[in-house]
Ligand binder design. Structure first.
Ligand code: PXL
Length: 292
């Protein structure tokens, strides 16, 4: 028997923004700290993320296909496919083909459908991206939209406050489009402006989960990328869905707390390097709830 004790491999399809701790600059340290080999398929190189006033943007669409073709020659295998910020509808199609071509039945596909936030599409994105993303999530096992992305994917208009009952319906509707697990982040808590929730639905078993965390009044880009990276690592290491939710929510809270006390430009993201070591520890607190 050959002992299979190598690190699991995750291919990360995200942009590389030099400054701001988003996308690959968050994904690589987090998943490496959790003990996985990260293989990067960069979608673009930017000077900073797009929430800075100006930035450079080098589109890598044609290079992506060349990289994939080389990987095919070497017959590389990945245990997990994890996609985030994609630069164009054409890139979405390349990634769809890449996943169809390389994935084996037991592999995990995580799609963070990065489209927008605070009710708006990100700069440079059009409705065509939304249409493309609806296609891509059909291939996913797990998706992690925020509230804005949830409504965009469903083609419904943003509603400020949704009840638990409505949110459950929305999660089930998204899951019917393909993914077995749907996790929605940054859900406001009614009458509690200092709290925020994450809701999740697992179609296998039909259960809904919720984790509620304190909300600090600051916006940091990249928290979505860090959240989904911890979810991905946690599922790769065999954690249950509610444990993965706990782990990811607590990591983000630790990151925000580590950063919030400094006089600081929030555009620089959360200080991941101060909290990465926490990923090695067992879960300290359990806060998940089963939604009845
Ligand atoms: O964190 C999402 C993200 C990823 N990549 C780029 C971004 C953003 C959000 O602003 O601009 C380039």
């Amino acid at each position: 028997m050959q002992i299979q004790n190598q690190s699991k491999r995750v291919v990360a399809v995200h942009d590389l923004s030099g400054v701001g701790r988003v996308s690959l600059m968050a994904v690589i340290p987090i998943l490496s700290s959790m003990g996985f080999q990260v293989c990067a398929l960069p979608t673009a190189v930017l000077s900073t993320h797009t929430q800075y006033q100006s930035f450079t943007f080098l589109d890598l669409t044609s290079e992506m296909q060349r990289i994939i073709d080389q990987w095919k020659k070497y017959d590389f295998r990945f245990d997990t496919f994890y996609t985030g910020y994609l630069g164009s509808p054409q890139q979405i199609r390349i990634v769809e083909h890449f996943i169809s071509d390389f994935r084996r039945e037991s592999d995990l596909v995580v799609v963070d459908p990065v489209l927008g936030d605070n009710g708006k599409l990100y700069k440079g994105f059009s409705d065509e991206m939304v249409v493309g993303m609806r296609q891509l999530i059909q291939k996913a096992d797990v998706i992690t939209p925020n509230m804005t992305e949830l409504f965009l994917l469903l083609g419904e208009s943003n509603t400020e406050h949704v009840t638990d009952g409505t949110l459950k319906q929305l999660l089930m509707k998204l899951s019917e489009m393909g993914p077995e697990i749907v996790i929605v982040t940054s859900v406001p808590v009614m009458d509690q402006p200092h709290m925020t929730s994450v809701y999740a639905y697992n179609r296998c078993g039909g259960r809904f989960w919720k984790v509620t965390c304190p909300y600090l009044p600051a916006h940091y880009p990249g928290t979505g990328d860090a959240f989904t990276s911890v979810i991905t690592g946690s599922l790769m290491q065999g954690d249950s869905l509610p444990i993965a939710l706990d782990r990811a929510s607590q990591f983000i809270l630790q990151g925000i707390r580590a950063t919030f006390g400094y006089e600081y430009n929030n555009m620089d993201g959360i200080m991941l390097e101060k909290v990465l070591h926490n990923l090695d520890l067992p879960n300290q607190i359990s806060s998940y709830e089963l939604l009845e």
